[in-house]
Design a binder for this molecule. Structure first.
Ligand code: ZN
Ligand code: ZN
Length: 377
């Protein structure tokens, strides 16, 4: 019995001796990795960021290369909606309606169209603004860890454009451009005018859409026409022609039917496209209107939320230093100073530059309430 115990003990010792170098090696590797990557700022978030870096890199590259395609898509879809409106929707109102409907459609439609084209072009072509290279022009500023250059307040680094952008809001793939200090107004005006445009087209195309889409006979005829190349359905269509015994009339009917079918498809396309864009763009535009009303950019929204919840835990109320109230926030955003008016410089195309240089910002005295008192920071 004793001999058996000694045998087991020796076997365990041998096993331990043979395995322990591997454990020592493993511990040494972990220690080496820790010593190389040690940083007093290391945290779970930093590790997670590092792990997600390849995904961010891929998304950035895809966004960069898809940008020009998105611009072509916006231009193409808008052009198709406008052409269908000119060739199919307007003639319907010209033929069937009386009074001031047609002049109204022409004036409002062209006002929206001009503003959409102007603001989209300016949004795509206007640089959002970058900080100057020389730090002395900025004064106190932080340093961008990517550009290794000065980074004024409200400036953020765009990883798609690979540069710092003044008062960066977001990188917009639809504009293939960053939205920042110098083109933020064009972006919002484009969104608002485009939204008004899609609502305008949806409403004015509705009577035609209703007539085309909810008319059972027309819908059935289109389905039969669409399926006619398929064996069986084709024989039904052909059989009807033979029974009438009028080949010429049948051919004319076929041409008329094809034209009606094209009209039907285009009207359905026009309505579905403008209606779905209204829903999607409406949500996006409302979100941005809310942010501007609060004097925030999309990025600052997250930063301010974090700061708000952090300070709330210690009984402090955070207030955005760049917010001056609803009216003043919009006046600053729209650049309405020096005699500029809403009617001339917002409702009509205008290239005026925004208030300020995007580097130095007027700061509201942010009140932080502590124990029922106020402290300025
Ligand atoms: Zn940068
Ligand atoms: Zn960008």
């Amino acid at each position: 019995m004793f001999a058996l115990k000694r045998g087991c003990f020796r076997l365990m010792r041998r096993l331990e001796d043979s395995i322990s170098p591997f454990f020592d090696c493993f511990r040494l590797c972990i220690f080496a990795i820790k010593s190389v990557t040690f940083n007093s700022f290391s945290s779970k978030n930093a590790v997670l960021d590092a792990a997600m870096e390849p995904i961010f890199w891929t998304v950035d590259k895809v966004a960069k290369y898809l940008g020009p395609m998105f611009v072509v898509m916006v231009t193409g879809l808008t052009t198709s909606v406008v052409l269908i409106y000119y060739f199919y929707v307007l003639p319907y109102y010209i033929e069937d309606q009386i009074g001031l409907v047609v002049p109204f459609l022409l004036v409002v439609g062209h006002w929206l169209l001009v503003n959409i084209i102007f603001n989209y072009y300016k949004g795509v072509r206007t640089s959002p603004g970058c900080p100057p290279v020389n730090n002395s022009e900025i004064g106190a500023a932080t340093i961008c860890k990517r550009c290794i250059g000065p980074k004024p307040a409200r400036t953020h680094h765009c990883s798609v454009c690979n540069k710092c952008v003044l008062k960066m809001d977001h990188h917009c793939p639809w504009l293939n451009n960053c939205v920042g200090h110098f083109n933020h107004r064009y972006f919002i005006q484009f969104c608002v005018f485009m939204l008004m445009g899609t609502i305008f087209v949806s409403i004015s195309v509705w009577p035609l859409f209703k007539q085309e889409f909810f008319d059972i006979e027309k819908t059935y005829a289109n389905i039969v026409h669409y399926l006619s190349p398929i064996k069986g359905i084709a024989s039904i269509v052909k059989g009807r022609g033979v029974a009438e015994n009028e080949p010429e009339r049948n051919a004319i009917n076929q041409i008329v039917h094809e034209k009606e079918s094209t009209f039907h498809k285009l009207i359905v396309y026009e309505f579905f496209l403008t209606f779905s864009v209204t829903i999607a763009l409406g949500a996006l535009t409302l979100w941005h209107i809310l942010l501007i009303s609060r004097g925030e950019t999309s990025i600052e929204r997250y930063i301010n939320n974090d700061e708000r919840s952090r300070l709330k835990k210690v009984g402090v109320i955070y207030k955005n230093p760049y917010s001056f109230g609803f009216v003043e926030n919009w006046r600053i955003f729209l650049g309405l100073s020096g005699g500029r008016t809403f009617w001339r410089h917002v409702l009509l195309p205008s290239s005026h530059i925004p208030i300020g240089d995007g580097i130095v910002w007027r700061i509201h005295q942010a009140h932080i309430r502590i124990n029922n008192g106020f402290k300025h920071v």
